[in-house]
Design a protein around this ligand. Sequence first.
Ligand code: COA
Length: 260
Amino acid sequence: MKSYNTLSYEQQGAVGIVKVNRPDALNALNAEVITELSGAFAEIAADDSVGAVVLTGEGRAFVAGADIAAMQKMSAVEGRAFMVLGQALMQQIETLPKVVIAAVNGFALGGGCELAMACDIRLASEKAKFGQPEVGLGIIPGFGGTQRLPRLVGKGMAKYLIFSAETIGAEEAKAIGLVEKVYPPEALLEEAVKLAETILSKAPLAVSLAKGAINNGLNTDLATGVAFEAEAQGVLFSTADQKEGMGAFLEKRAAAFAKK
Ligand code: COA
């Protein structure tokens, strides 16, 4: 991994851990952070030694939003371009052919909530705070929040959160489906890595195609979604992993899947 000004990176086995590291601004996303995250995820996509990713923040925030100081001066053209830049990063993470787990350690507001939502799974610290405060700043969520939030929590709750700009805690975020699990702060990263390792112990192509089926299916109608599911399943029945997974079950032993 290259060295980045606003990120830190470490690898535990096959799990890459990306930390947004701009704690003085509560890890706010300016163009540099977004561009560096995009660079890091492109490197990870191409790196066979990384099977899954945990994304987290340094200090007391996950990401406290898009950088308000940077946005305050933007023209309409610049504002639009900044949103397109952020949206592209979210799309890149969402479609990464590897699982990305958000370990939300603190504030996940605005662009931070949107970044967490672009990840496959969200684990949160008991101290995490979620919200979309944009309408209080005269804008709307612009890194995909108006689209991903209703897909996760439903239309009514998304409108409630976006219109009211209310900040909610981790347990409430879990209750509405914005977060999958909540852990004590000191256990969060370890639990995220453990989950990544559990996922990596499963058949890699199966996990990757399940990700594709879920994501593509949510962007289309049910008939098209299940057709994609059947095609993906057909591919999986041609793999050594399918023979191994089912053979191991019948032989009452643990499956040993090909690494990738
Ligand atoms: N953009 C730019 N800078 C930010 C930021 C953001 N989204 N969020 C926090 N910061 C900066 C603050 O300006 C402050 O910088 P300073 O020390 O140079 O003054 C520093 O991070 C610490 O934040 P501070 O507000 O002092 O911490 P706090 O504990 O009092 O409050 C928050 C924490 C998260 C509640 C508060 O920072 C906040 O509301 N941030 C903005 C959240 C937001 O609206 N995000 C959506 C943007 S679209």
